[in-house]
Design a protein around this ligand. Structure first.
Ligand SMILES: Nc1nc2c(c(=O)[nH]1)N[C@H]1C(S)=C(S)[C@@H](COP(=O)(O)OP(=O)(O)OC[C@H]3O[C@@H](n4cnc5c(=O)[nH]c(N)nc54)[C@H](O)[C@@H]3O)O[C@H]1N2
Ligand SMILES: Nc1nc2c(c(=O)[nH]1)N[C@H]1C(S)=C(S)[C@@H](COP(=O)(O)OP(=O)(O)OC[C@H]3O[C@@H](n4cnc5c(=O)[nH]c(N)nc54)[C@H](O)[C@@H]3O)O[C@H]1N2
Ligand SMILES: [Mo]
Length: 763
């Protein structure tokens, strides 16, 4: 196979298979610590082992089976690297110099091992003792004129134990400012599901996947981002379930998959067809598509009363009549225009849907990162509810989460907008006056820093400066802070875009042994199916100077608010004690310490799965939202004469969010580069461009801020006309801070109106 990105799609083999094994081997060998990585891998997602830090897909029920994927290998090898970023490294490279490095080079430098301090005086980080570092944070927080000038960011890899301590610390300090990666990720799923069903979490378990008659995968690329999900889909496909993909790109993994654990598929170089049906709507067209499906259902219902589950609707739902009228009022022209599919396509989807009794809808960022994402999530639920597909075995809603414990972090109270029940429970347990005002989400935090309303920024993991939108303004915001603190495993952009002063606090990774005063500790996490299980690090820490995230947060709390309300040190010395606190405060965690000892952990009950609706009227609620008046390209086209295209920013196969493992995107036939833009041949011709041309990409907006990126290479690709795609995080400078989803504030990373022009030599 030619390693060129000229003739896409270049990947003709099934996803997975030997390609995945070869790539796994390559990443292991390049990891400079192959033995350590392999040892760790064999314990991934096994009882007594650790939870793979890759994604939040559920674990295999068959204990003992090898349960990791190519991208899990990359995540584990990346953490086990023998390279070190220590005080010598920072002596050698100034902050200004490191700012010029790309994301791949920064993280590839290795594991952070020593606490470091930048005091604003010279351009280098200097080593600092842990005690001094905590003192600086404590003093800075105490000097704020209000606790709401502090921002406590969390990335979804943090464990339940550290997340619980972190939110408790913030609330004792007096703020609900908990921006998190979820604000940029599945926020729309949480809000849409809570409004419709009274729970923000998926209603299915792994068992439902083995019973479903049909599984619809919306706006998701599991071949890269949730590879173990392909194993589940493969099993379903093999037993005759229908798999339907709805995605503007023909993602390889959703078409054919060869399971590296199937000797037959490996030896005979075959694979299993995953999606028997594949539909490619325009970016942001899913709500219109679903509205069209609902229209078909109502039409069929005229002749066949079994098409809708009227018993379920009558007994469990509210708002059916208003929804029926809204569907009737949505006209076909607009529906077909917005999704750019044919009426036959939509009728076919409706027929597949009505001919299946038990149906699961899964979705990810292709649904949640649009202006009308909450309305789209609710439309997915409307269509499920019409046929009683919530709270029935083999059926339900499955927002497939991103980070391995992002769902658990929310359960633990990492939320800028916490429920009153949760705050009451904290107040009851610890007897202090808990802050009740909403805090800032991620985008609001950036505004607050820009306006000088927030002055101390602490990040529990993640890479805020690269993951967030409007990079130029976000960097200005961070630089405006008095103090920025990063609790991290590896060097990234957020360490070199600093506040006036900055601290790096290096921590243990998930794969490493965590020793505290009471002995070796395990942590716990919750996956997309609400299974809570323990994770025990297996490798020796990268350095004996590292501390656990839990120990670091406890020490920050101690230095800032003291131990009058919570005895932080005792809790950090024995994580069983933290879990006892969680049991006492958060419903569903009774006998927590006991239940995580059993094999694969325990399932947190999901009220909607039991047809118990925690909405204000105790019913599942149909949403009667209108279709968007216009999609982004229509609105933006009024602002410019140049052709407007809609840009989605997405992940390549060789990255984990802002962590860039390598420069290839194997399944899309791209090798050795990331500054590319996938375009349809028609759009390329329309602008008299050619495959391979270099272009400048400019955001179309009327806010007076210029946002452009130069030197992106056109890759001709099968993508609906008018839509283009490019990699995140490189394209974040193009995403306006103000471009956020209605009702939830998630940046619209999957629909940015842009124009392109050919680079001349001067540009
Ligand atoms: N290896 C690896 N694993 C990961 C991650 C990673 O970066 N690397 N990230 C983790 C995280 S935090 C997350 S949130 C998940 C992300 O998992 P995904 O949501 O799969 O990630 P994206 O790459 O953003 O892909 C979005 C998919 O939706 C499609 N899409 C985009 N817009 C639309 C639309 O309007 N309609 C439809 N129908 N489809 C659309 C895109 O073509 C693409 O296939 O993965 C998690 N797992
Ligand atoms: N344009 C665009 N932007 C996006 C998205 C998009 O699709 N398009 N997706 C959004 C989504 S879905 C998400 S979730 C966010 C992700 O945003 P974040 O969660 O903030 O970013 P990550 O890249 O996952 O963070 C990687 C860093 O985490 C640190 N790290 C890794 N493991 C550990 C650990 O065990 N402990 C600690 N303390 N640190 C650790 C390492 O230093 C690493 O550099 O990005 C969002 N941004
Ligand atoms: Mo995410």
């Amino acid at each position: 196979m030619s390693k060129s990105s000229k003739n896409n799609p270049a990947y003709s083999s099934p996803a997975g298979g030997w390609g995945a094994l070869r790539s796994s081997a390559k990443h292991l060998i390049q990891s400079e610590n192959a033995a350590k990585s392999v040892k760790a891998l064999l314990r991934a997602n096994q009882p007594g082992g650790f939870d793979c830090p890759g994604c939040a897909w559920g674990d295999s029920a068959t204990a003992g089976k090898v349960d990791f994927c190519e991208n899990g290998v990359k995540a584990i090898a990346w953490e086990a690297t023998s390279k070190r970023v220590d005080s010598n490294f920072f002596k050698q490279y100034s902050i200004t110099e490191l700012q010029q490095w790309d994301d791949h080079s920064l993280e590839k430098s290795g594991r952070l091992t020593e606490p470091m301090y930048y005091d604003g005086e010279n351009d280098h980080y200097q080593p600092i003792s842990w005690q001094e570092a905590f003192k600086i944070i404590g003093t800075s927080l105490q000097q704020l004129s209000s606790p709401n000038e502090a921002l406590l960011y969390t990335s979804g890899r943090a464990s339940n134990e550290v997340a619980y301590l972190y939110q408790l610390f913030g609330r004792v300090l007096g703020t609900n400012n908990f921006p998190d990666c979820s604000n940029m990720c599945h926020e729309a799923s949480g809000i849409g599901m809570t409004n419709s069903l009274g729970t923000g979490k998926g209603t299915v378990t792994m068992d439902d996947f083995s019973k479903a008659d049909a599984i619809f995968v919306f706006g998701q690329n599991p071949g890269t981002n949730h590879p173990r999900m392909l194993g589940t889909l493969r099993e379903a496909s093999k037993r005759g379930a229908k798999i339907v993909s709805v995605n503007n790109l023909k993602e390889r993994g959703l078409q054919k998959f060869s399971d590296p654990q199937s000797p037959k598929e490996m030896i005979f170089l075959t694979g299993t067809t995953i999606s028997q049906y594949y539909f490619t709507p325009r970016l942001g067209g899913d709500m219109a598509l679903l509205r069209g499906v609902a229209k078909c259902l109502f039409e069929k219902f005229e002749h066949d009363k079994s098409v809708l589950d009227t018993d379920f609707i009558n007994e469990h739902c509210h708002g059916f009549e208003a929804y029926r009228q809204r569907v009737a009022a949505s006209d076909w022209d607009k529906i077909l225009d917005q999704c750019s599919l044919t009426r036959e396509n939509i009728e076919q989807i409706a027929t597949i849907y009505t001919s299946s009794n038990k149906v699961i809808f899964t979705w990810a960022m292709g649904i949640t990162q649009h202006r009308h994402s909450v309305a789209t999530v609710r439309e997915l639920l409307n269509v499920l509810m019409l046929r009683g597909n919530i709270g029935k075995a083999g059926a339900g809603a499955c927002p497939v989460r991103g980070h391995s414990n992002v769902q658990g972090n929310r359960t633990m109270g990492i939320n800028e907008n916490p429920s009153m029940d949760f705050l009451d429970a904290l107040e009851h347990r610890y007897s202090f006056s808990v802050p009740r005002d909403n805090g800032f989400n991620t985008v609001e935090s950036i505004h607050a820093m820009l306006e000088g309303k927030a002055k101390v920024f602490i990040a529990l993991g993640g890479n805020f400066s690269a993951a967030t939108p409007d990079t130029t303004r976000t960097h200005k915001a961070l630089k405006n802070c008095d103090l920025t603190v990063q609790i991290s495993t590896k060097l990234n952009r957020s360490h070199v875009i600093t506040g006036k002063r900055a601290l790096i606090l290096p921590c243990l990774g998930r794969t490493e042994i965590d020793r505290q005063s009471s002995g070796e500790q395990c942590i716990t996490v919750e996956d997309s199916m609400s299974m809570v299980h323990s994770s025990t690090g297996q490798n020796e820490p990268a350095a004996n100077t590292l501390r656990s995230e839990t120990a670091i947060v406890a020490a920050i709390a101690m230095a800032s608010v003291g131990d009058k309300i919570v005895d932080w040190n005792t809790l950090a010395g024995d994580y069983d004690l933290i879990r006892q606190e969680i049991s006492a405060v958060i419903p569903g965690f009774d006998d927590y310490n006991f239940r995580i000892k059993a094999g694969r952990g325990f399932h947190l009950q999901n009220s909607a799965a039991q047809r118990h609706w925690r909405t204000p009227i105790q019913k599942a609620i149909f949403s009667d939202a209108r279709l968007p008046e216009q999609l982004v390209h229509e609105r933006a086209q009024l602002m410019t004469k140049k052709p407007v295209l809609t840009l989605q920013t997405l992940r390549s196969h060789d990255q984990y969010n802002t962590t860039i493992y390598g420069m290839d995107d194997r399944y899309r036939g791209v090798y050795g580069e990331r500054n590319i833009i996938f375009m349809n041949a028609k759009d390329i011709n329309k602008q008299a461009l050619k495959n391979g041309d270099r272009v400048k990409i400019t955001t179309v907006s009327n806010d007076g801020i210029a946002r452009s990126l130069s030197n992106f290479k056109i890759v001709e690709y099968l993508i609906p006309p008018g839509c283009v795609a490019a990699y995140y995080p490189e394209t974040n400078p193009l995403v306006p801070l103000e471009s956020i989803a209605d009702e939830c504030g998630t940046p619209t990373y999957k629909s940015i109106p842009i124009s392109i022009e050919k680079m001349d030599n001067q540009q």
